[in-house]
Design a protein around this ligand. Structure first.
Ligand SMILES: C[S@@+](CC[C@H](N)C(=O)[O-])C[C@H]1O[C@@H](n2cnc3c(N)ncnc32)[C@H](O)[C@@H]1O
Length: 268
């Protein structure tokens, strides 16, 4: 597969939708971020003031801002110059200044130039599935981390959200009552070619997804000397009946759309 060309196409698409993305997430991130991604990542990270953290594929920077507000020293990279510009414009209303840099997460040499054993933690939220090859990132990660450092991620759940699932709503009469049952229809999992899709309704352009089954995703880390030492599957709270929307993750609250985990190096 021509990862290099796909990656370049991805950069163009992300630059095109940077304004939409920045507006979608605003200062604090959308509902997915506020209810699932950020709390699970923070629970795994346990960030401490003064720690050096690298936010990989930072988008419009909401995770970076959260960590900076907690007193961390954040370096944030993304290959979209436009998204980095939007992040810079938002600044750091609270906490430490953030060091933003345009950088491709498939460029191992550039990543390592950020500083060997510089970081207490690496963070990557909702971007593994947008990066065509994760080998350079994990090869660099083991050099960037301090001994005992951790690499915390949140990604679209490989089993439930990484395969263009169908949303199903079924209406039945049971004992004279109308009963709705909601379900996901998963038709592909083990072998998924890159596909174009939107990350949110009304997005101006689709981008390229690289969905991977769990063994393949975690395999990138295992092959580079990491072990997985914690895992979370955050899901939405059950909706109140009046808030239930049939074809939405909040109604399918039994299914976790996000998988968050923490990698550690086996031999620091
Ligand atoms: C779904 S967004 C997630 C952004 C942010 N981390 C968040 O949680 O909202 C995916 C991000 O990955 C970035 N990205 C995709 N491929 C990349 C690459 N090869 N190098 C760096 N960033 C990349 C995109 O520009 C985009 O900002």
């Amino acid at each position: 597969m021509d990862f290099e060309n796909l990656n370049q196409e991805g950069r163009i698409l992300w630059n095109q939708k940077a304004a939409f993305w920045d507006n979608l997430h605003g200062e604090f991130g959308n509902r997915f971020h506020q209810e699932l991604v950020s709390p699970s990542v923070e629970a795994l990270l346990k960030p401490q003031p003064g720690q050096q953290i690298l936010d990989i594929a930072c988008g419009s920077g909401q995770m970076s801002r959260r960590l900076a507000a907690l007193g961390c020293n954040v370096t944030a990279i993304d290959f979209s110059e436009e998204l980095i510009n939007f992040s810079k414009k938002r600044g750091t209303p609270q906490g430490n200044p953030i060091l933003y840099q345009v950088m491709d997460a498939t460029d191992e040499k550039s990543l390592i130039s950020l500083g060997e054993q510089k970081f207490d933690h690496l963070v990557c939220t909702m971007a593994f599935m947008d990066i065509p090859d994760l080998t350079p990132l994990f090869r660099a990660a083991k050099k960037l981390l301090k001994p005992n450092g951790s690499f915390v991620f949140a990604t679209a759940h490989p089993a439930f959200f990484s395969n263009n699932p169908g949303f199903i709503s079924e209406k039945n009469e049971v004992d004279g009552q109308t009963v709705y049952t909601h379900a996901l229809k998963i038709t592909n999992y083990l072998s998924l070619p890159p596909i174009k899709g939107v990350g949110a309704p009304n997005e101006p352009a689709p981008h390229i997804y690289y969905h991977r089954p769990l063994h393949e995703l975690l395999g990138y880390a295992f092959q580079n000397g990491f072990v997985l030492d914690a895992l979370l599957e955050p899901g939405f709270d059950p909706p109140k009946p009046e808030d239930a929307k049939p074809l939405h993750w909040t109604t399918l609250w039994q299914m976790p759309p996000v998988l968050s985990g923490r990698f550690k190096l086996t031999q620091p």
